[in-house]
Design a protein around this ligand. Structure first.
Ligand code: ACO
Length: 382
C-alpha cells in the first residue's frame, strides 16, 4: 500500500525541526548563552524587573519610562480574583495539586472575559496581562486556603514578586527575598520553543484563543521531564539522609539508568546560564536561612554528576538550583512548578501572539505501523 510518509523524516522529539521564526529568545546550547530579544539573561537578571521583562517579551523591545508606567498600571489593574473565581477556587479540595488548580483557574478567567473569543492583537495582549496578573493570586490563595489561613487580597501598589510573597505569607517580604523572587521570575520567563511553549503554538495554530493556549501549556509544564523537575529535585534532596550519602545515592541511580532530576537538557550541552545564576542565589539564600546542608548536598550531587556524566554534556539545568532557592525562601515544594508557570506565562503569551501573526496550522504526521484490511468481527467471536 502506498505510504505518503515513507519519504518523510521521522523526528520524534522534533529536535531537528524548525517550526517557524521567532524574535523572543535565543539559546546557544554549546556555549551556555540565553538572550531575551538579544539581551543576555545575566544582564536582565542583574538590572531588570519581571514586569520590564514581560514588556520586552511581549513587545520585542525595552519600554521607555512612560511606556513602562502605563504597562505596569494596566497589569496591576488586573490583579486579584473576582468573586466567581474565588468561589471556584474555594471548591478545590485541599489535596489538589496546585498545578491542577492553576490550570483550572487560568482556564476559568476566560469565562469572565467579555473578549475571550476576540483573537485580535489588542484583545490577546489584554488576555496575556490578565493571566500574568492573576496567576500569583491563584497560587497564593490556594496555598492559604489549604493551610486554613484567610485569603489575602491583591494590592496593586506592589510588584508581582512582592505581592505574590505578601499574599502567600500574609506579610511584606524582606527586600532581599523580594528581589530573589523577582530574579527567579526573570530567569524563567522564556526559553525558546520548549515543550509547553510548543503546546501554546499548537493551540494558536488552530486559531484558538490565549486562554486555551496557556491552559494547555500549564498542563504540559507540569510533566517531570519539563517544569515538574524542580519538585522532583527537592524530593530527591529530602530522600538523601546526609551529604555523605550523596555519592552512593547518585551512583545507584546512574547504575539503574534512572535520570537524576535537575540535570540534562535537550538544547544545553554546556552549563545552563540560568543555573549559573541560581547556584549563586541558592548558596546565598541557603546560608541566610540556615539551609547550608541543602546547598552542600546540591553541590555534592553536582560534583558526582560532573565526574560521571559531565563529559556527555549533562549539567545542572534551571530546575536544579531553583528548587533549593524556592525551598530556602519558604515555598511549599508543590508550589515550585506553579511559580515557574507564573513566570513562563510571559513567554507563552509572547510566542502565542508572535505565532498568530504568522500562523500555520501545526499538523505533523506519524508513520503508521498498524495492520490494513482487517475485518470487523462480532464481539462473541473475538
Ligand atoms: N540523569 C542521568 N542521565 C541523564 C540525564 C539525567 N538527568 N539526562 C540525560 N541523561 C543521559 C541519558 O540517560 C542518555 O544517556 P545514554 O546516551 O547513555 O543513553 C543521555 O544522557 C541523553 O539523554 P536523553 O534523555 O536522550 O536526552 P534528552 O535530550 O531527550 O533529555 C531531558 C533531556 C528530558 C531534560 C533529560 O535530560 C532529563 O530527563 N532530565 C531530568 C529531568 C529534568 O531535569 N527536566 C528539566 C529540564 S529543564 C526544563 O524543562 C525546564
Amino acid at each position: 500500500m502506498a505510504d505518503a510518509t515513507a519519504a518523510m523524516t521521522m523526528d520524534k522529539g522534533l529536535d531537528h525541526t524548525i517550526i517557524g521564526e521567532s524574535r523572543k529568545s535565543w539559546i546557544d546550547g554549546q556555549k551556555g548563552v540565553l538572550e531575551y530579544v538579544g539581551i543576555d539573561i545575566d544582564s536582565l537578571a542583574r538590572n531588570s524587573t519581571f514586569e520590564e521583562t514581560c514588556f520586552l517579551l511581549l513587545n520585542d523591545r525595552l519600554p521607555t519610562a512612560d511606556e513602562f508606567a502605563a504597562f505596569t498600571a494596566e497589569l496591576r489593574a488586573h490583579y486579584g480574583l473576582s468573586d466567581s473565581l474565588l468561589t471556584l477556587l474555594r471548591s478545590m479540595p485541599d489535596s489538589a495539586s496546585p498545578m491542577h488548580v492553576v490550570r483550572t483557574l487560568v482556564s476559568a478567567i476566560a469565562l469572565e472575559d467579555p473578549n475571550c473569543n476576540d483573537t485580535s492583537e489588542g484583545a490577546e495582549l489584554e488576555k496575556a496581562l490578565r493571566i500574568i496578573a492573576k496567576t500569583p493570586a491563584i497560587i497564593a490563595a490556594f496555598d492559604r486556603q489549604r493551610r486554613g489561613e484567610e485569603i489575602v487580597e491583591a494590592d496593586s501598589a506592589n510588584s508581582i514578586a512582592v505581592d505574590f510573597l505578601r499574599m502567600l505569607n500574609g506579610e511584606m517580604p524582606g527586600e532581599a527575598t523580594a528581589r530573589a523572587m523577582d530574579v527567579c521570575l526573570i530567569l524563567h520567563a522564556d526559553h525558546g520553543i520548549n515543550a509547553s511553549t510548543f503546546a501554546t503554538m499548537v493551540a494558536v495554530g488552530t486559531e484558538s484563543d490565549m486562554y486555551s493556549a496557556v491552559t494547555g501549556a500549564i498542563g504540559t509544564l507540569r510533566g517531570p521531564l519539563h517544569g515538574g523537575a524542580n519538585e522532583r529535585v527537592m524530593r530527591m534532596l529530602e530522600e538523601i539522609p546526609s551529604v555523605d550519602d550523596v555519592e552512593g545515592f547518585i551512583m545507584d541511580r546512574l547504575a539503574r539508568k534512572a535520570k537524576v532530576p535537575g540535570f540534562g537538557h535537550r538544547v544545553y550541552k554546556a552549563y545552563d546560564p540560568r543555573a549559573t545564576f541560581l547556584r549563586t542565589f541558592s548558596k546565598a539564600i541557603a546560608s541566610e536561612t540556615g539551609n547550608e546542608t541543602l546547598y552542600a548536598m546540591s553541590s555534592a550531587i553536582e560534583a558526582v554528576m560532573e565526574r560521571e556524566v559531565g563529559a556527555k554534556g549533562i549539567h545542572p539545568n534551571v530546575d536544579f538550583y531553583s528548587a533549593t532557592t524556592y525551598f530556602s525562601m519558604g515555598l511549599a515544594i508543590d508550589l515550585f512548578t506553579p511559580v515557574f508557570a507564573m513566570s513562563r506565562n510571559a513567554g507563552w503569551a509572547a510566542h502565542a501572539m508572535e505565532r498568530r501573526a504568522d500562523n500555520r496550522l501545526i499538523r505533523p504526521r506519524c508513520q503508521y505501523t498498524g495492520p490494513h484490511g482487517e475485518d470487523w468481527t462480532d464481539p462473541a467471536e473475538r
